[in-house]
Each structure stands twice: as C-alpha cells, then as structure tokens.
Design a protein around this ligand. Structure first.
Ligand SMILES: [Zn+2]
Length: 400
C-alpha cells in the first residue's frame, strides 16, 4: 500500500470579489484535485485547537496525526531540528525573523523575502553584535533564522511557557508597540530586538537592496520560542515509513521529529517561483522507496500573505498540474493506494493572515467510494466526514 499527501499550504480561503465571488480553490483550473474529489471522498478538518495560534506548526502536526495539545512546544524547536541544531533539555530555540519595520509599523515580516545570500550577510552582523554567552544565532533560509539560548543548571533560560511573543506575519501594517514580547524573559527579547535596529537599519546592504526596489531589513523580530518537544515517530505510531519534500524548515523539522526522510529539491524556494515540476518528480521518485510520501508547497500561503488572489489561483494550478497529477498517476502503479490533498490551515487573501476553522480535504484510492464532488470549501462542507480534531483524519486516511 502506498500513500501520497499533497499540502497546498494555506490554500483554504473565503469567496473573493476579484475572483467573481469564488474561493481560489473554486476559481482554479485543477482537474487532478477535482478527480481525487470526484473519484474519492471529501470532508473537513479543524487542525488548530482553539487555545493555539493558527499556523503551519500546529496545523501540520494535526494533519500528520498528532494532537498539538499534547506535543506542540513552539515553532522554533521544530525548525531547529530541520537545521540540524540539537537542543538539550535546558535549551530554548527562538525564531529570529529579518523584518522591515518603518515608523514602528510592521511593513514586511520577511524583509522583502530577503534572498538566502543577503539573509546570511544580515545574520552575520547579528551574530557579531549579539551572540555570546548563552546566545547563538543560526542563519536559516531567507528571513527564517534562529536564536538558540543554551541554558545550564547555573544559568537557566529566563523563559517560561507563559512567555508570549507575536508572529510578525499576523500583524501586517500594524504598529509593533502593541505586539512586543511579554512575560518571563521578554526583557531580553525586547532588548535584542532594539539593539538590532542600530546596526541593521543602517547596514550598507539596505541601500543596494532599495536601489533594486527591494525592502530594507531594519531589525530582527523574535518569536515562536520553545523547548524540544517529545514526538513519537510516525513509524512507531502508524507503522509506515515516510518521506517529505518541502522547502520550508518548519516542515522539514516536523519531518525530522516524525522520523521521515527529508528529500531535498535544490530548486524549491518556498515561494511563488518554486520549481513545481521538480517537486512533482521528486515525489514520484520517492514513492518507490517509502510507504508514504508528502509534498508540501508553501506558494499558496505566501500568495495569501501578499493579498494576491490571482497568484494564489496560479499556484494552485501549478500544484495540480506538476505535483498532484504526476503523484496521482504514479501512486496507482504500486497496487493499493491512497492519495490525500489538504491544506494545513486557511490563509485569507482579504486579511493576509491565517484563519481559524475547518479546511477542505479530498482523498481517493483503494476501497474508497466515489463522491462525484469537486475539491473546494463548499463541496467539502457537504462531505462525508468532518473531523473536529484534525489529527483524527490520519487514521482514517491510512486505513485500507
Ligand atoms: Zn502562512
């Protein structure tokens, strides 16, 4: 039995005026996703418990069959795993975004999607000025970098579960004063962020970037802190050997905790310009070696954060053509098979932030009766199953 999962990150949405009152899923030409819905079954899942923030960390754990209320400790420790950074029992990992703040307003949570080489240059100065003692800074992909606090018995980290920080992608164009860290250890976070302004805002790379029409990186933004989570491997829990293809460290980190192989596609960018066809080819190839192969695409989420409905539709069409189609054809050549398509959480183009609530999924394969439906939010709401606890979907998907 072979299993394929395709995740168009944040693809669930609401009707949008510029799309003629349709959702991006309704507006997109996506014959393969619709084939899965028609020949299989559709339904809904809520991947984000009310007490947690809607984001890919929490929502993807649910989608992969894990209760985030039991195992989620924060985003940054998951990303640390992807970057090969080991966390001891007293260590904390913290997300360190490179952001653009102008007149104390969060203008861009990604520093204009700073390129990987530019990001490394900025992180090098961050390291020069702010690293030392228990503080380590690690450059990741683009704006997604990490701070690690190495705690010890004599010098424990000052943070606690009650330390609160703000995801910068959820406060576009808002004054940052209302969203600064609070609670235990927040003084340190605030101090590092303030200090970073002194050497980042005036960094010479900014004028080069601005001359090219790109955003300046003005400071770091610290959030997503947590300690190493305890997560049972997927093979132990579900008895399947898995692999994941993604350009995003967070997803790679979750894969690492699950014991999945992380298959690298060098031309995958985690953005709208990603190499869809290469990801599709890698997914098809991986089906030979693993029971379960997951391909995650970030582009749909990024288009939503940029408020671009047409780009979101285009990304869905690319995913359908270059990833869903080839995976759907390939998985059937191995005998019994199941395919699942589902986003992690909704991301609303209108508000440019993650939404709460149910996401639509479609799954097809051996033993599943055809529903005759399409794949979109409204068809899914009339579907056979509705999982209030999103992590219950995985068991349903894996049963033959
Ligand atoms: Zn997002």
């Amino acid at each position: 039995m072979k299993y394929a999962i395709i995740i168009p990150d944040g693809c669930a949405d609401e009707p949008i005026e510029s799309l003629g009152g349709r959702t991006p899923l309704q507006a997109a030409r996506k014959p393969n996703m619709d084939r899965i819905a028609r020949d299989g079954t559709v339904g809904q899942s809520n991947n984000v418990p009310d007490s947690l923030t809607p984001a890919s960390d929490v929502a993807t754990l649910s989608l992969f069959g894990y209760d985030p209320l039991e195992c989620y400790t924060g985003r940054a420790p998951l990303e640390a795993a992807a970057m090969g950074i080991e966390l001891g029992p007293r260590d904390w990992a913290v997300r360190c975004n490179l952001v653009t703040v102008i007149d104390d307003v969060m203008v861009d949570f990604s520093g204009g999607h700073v390129s990987i080489p530019d990001g490394q240059v900025y992180m090098e100065v961050v390291r020069e000025h702010l690293a030392g003692g228990p503080l380590e800074f690690h450059a990741g992909v683009s704006y997604r970098n990490l701070l690690v606090y190495r705690g010890s018995a004599n010098d424990p980290a000052p943070f606690a579960r009650s330390t609160s920080t703000q995801a910068p992608h959820d406060i576009p164009d808002k004054p940052i004063a209302n969203f600064l860290p609070a609670g235990p250890g927040s003084d340190l976070f605030r101090d590092l962020m303030t200090q970073s302004r002194k050497f980042l805002a005036s960094h010479p790379l900014n004028s080069h970037r601005q001359a090219r029409g790109e955003s300046a990186v003005t400071q770091i933004w610290l959030w997503g802190q947590g300690q190493s989570p305890r997560i049972e491997t997927f093979e132990r829990r579900f008895g399947k050997r898995g692999a994941i293809i993604t350009a995003v460290d967070l997803l790679r980190g979750i894969g690492a905790y699950l014991g999945w192989s992380r298959i690298n596609v060098p031309t995958a960018t985690g953005y709208l310009d990603t190499d869809y066809a290469a990801k599709g080819r890698a997914g098809v190839a991986a089906l030979r070696d693993f029971d379960l192969v997951c391909v995650h695409v970030e582009a749909t989420d990024e288009a939503s954060h940029e408020g671009k409905a047409d780009e979101k539709v285009k990304a869905l069409e690319e995913i359908d053509r270059h990833i869903v189609g080839p995976m759907l054809d390939a998985v059937q050549t191995f005998g019994d098979w199941h395919v699942l398509i589902s986003p992690d959480h909704p991301t609303l183009v209108r508000e440019r932030v993650h939404g709460r609530g149910f996401v639509p999924w479609a799954l097809a394969g051996t033993g599943i009766a055809p529903s005759g439906k399409t794949y979109d939010e409204f068809a899914a709401a009339t579907g056979a199953k509705r999982f209030e606890r999103g992590h219950d979907l995985m068991q349903f998907f894996l049963v033959k």
